[in-house]
Design a protein around this ligand. Structure first.
Ligand code: ZN
Length: 345
């Protein structure tokens, strides 16, 4: 697995500490979503568990441990009746659910949001619950199957609920040699301070522009696409890469053009409002619209800046309304009308 340069730096630092037996037992991989926290944690876990590697070497990829680590269950899970259900890609707040599947390795535990088996088909809960932490701790208390290390990965760690957090705290307070508990979070501030203070933070930050650009080009994007996407993603290479890959960038251009036209011409405003909420891209459109308002504010006079700031808030509120029973097209129509009015005055 090739890491991006900003991932490699963090990985190497932790890997060196691991090899010198000075890696703390609890780490917090913190930083914006899609910067590769999980990839780094997994590569580190694979290294920690490998049975054959020499000092300072990467995981061998051949031994029983490496093979088990790599052969995990993907995407689907079965319930008691053996029925398969697909992992959802996003959780209720829009964060990505990691697409990394479930551990087949006896010394690795991947702990994420739990499934509610009482409903059919099973549904994902938004939380990590106490039962999961209890199971994790019980397993960590046992001897590791391969006698090297045991790793428990909690992702997204901030999904932990209150009771589970208390249970986790107890486990963190009693570190055992050879046992690692790694928390992964794009929102570390949501974790209780008591938990944060018992972990060492590995902080993922947006890389320098040149590095991000070079990486995007290495992913196969053209220089101009990469520059454009990176600017729109505010320097976030992971997001830019995703947007280039799935056509989201074209969506932004569409939103920008529609808003530009709407400054003068309202003839298509009702159709536009309906179009904006007609598919699964509604939230992304409104997010881009808010972003475009911010951009416009950077070139506006003081009076209009105030209005644009207000409209920015409105657009974000409108995005939240999408999840409620309120008629979204009407809310968007009002938003678009306000946009037009804003440029008339
Ligand atoms: Zn190995």
């Amino acid at each position: 697995m090739n890491l991006a340069p900003w991932q490699q730096r963090i990985y190497q630092q932790a890997a060196d500490a691991l090899d010198q037996a000075r890696l703390p037992h609890a780490l917090l991989f913190a930083g914006p979503a899609r910067l590769g926290k999980r990839q780094v944690a997994e590569k580190l876990a694979r290294r920690a568990l490998c049975l054959e590697r020499g000092m300072g070497e990467e995981a061998c990829g051949q031994c029983r441990s490496c093979q088990l680590f790599d052969s995990r269950r993907q995407w689907t899970r079965s319930n008691d009746k053996g029925e398969l259900s697909e992992m959802p890609e996003t959780r209720p707040d829009g964060e990505l659910v990691h697409p990394f599947g479930y551990s087949a390795h006896p010394d690795v535990q991947f702990i994420g949001q739990s499934w509610n088996e009482k409903v059919s088909p099973p549904k994902m809960r938004g939380e990590i619950v106490i039962e999961q932490i209890r199971q994790m701790s019980e397993k960590l208390a046992l001897t590791s199957q391969y006698g090297v290390h045991q790793v428990a990965l909690l992702d997204p760690a901030d999904a932990i609920n209150h009771a589970a957090a208390n249970a986790l705290l107890k486990t963190l307070e009693e570190p055992q040699p050879g046992r690692f508990i790694w928390l992964i979070s794009a929102h570390p501030a949501r974790l209780p301070a008591t938990i944060r203070s018992r972990t060492q933070k590995l902080e993922f930050r947006l890389p320098a522009q040149a590095e991000a650009l070079q990486w995007l080009i290495a992913q196969g994007h053209s220089q101009s696409d990469a520059e454009n996407a990176l600017a729109i993603a505010r320097g976030h290479p992971g997001l830019a890469d995703q947007w280039l890959g799935n056509g989201v960038l074209a969506l932004r251009t569409e939103v920008a053009e529609a808003l530009q036209n709407l400054r003068r011409d309202v003839s298509a405003i009702s159709t536009l409002a309906q179009q904006w909420v007609a598919d699964e891209n509604a939230a992304q459109r409104l997010s881009f619209a808010a972003d475009i308002a911010l951009q416009a504010a950077s070139k506006a006079d003081a009076e209009r800046i105030k209005k644009l700031a207000h409209w920015f808030d409105e657009a974000n509120q409108c995005r939240n309304l999408l999840r409620t029973p309120i008629r979204a097209d009407l809310a968007v129509l009002a938003l678009l009308q306000n946009w037009h009015a804003l440029w008339r005055s």
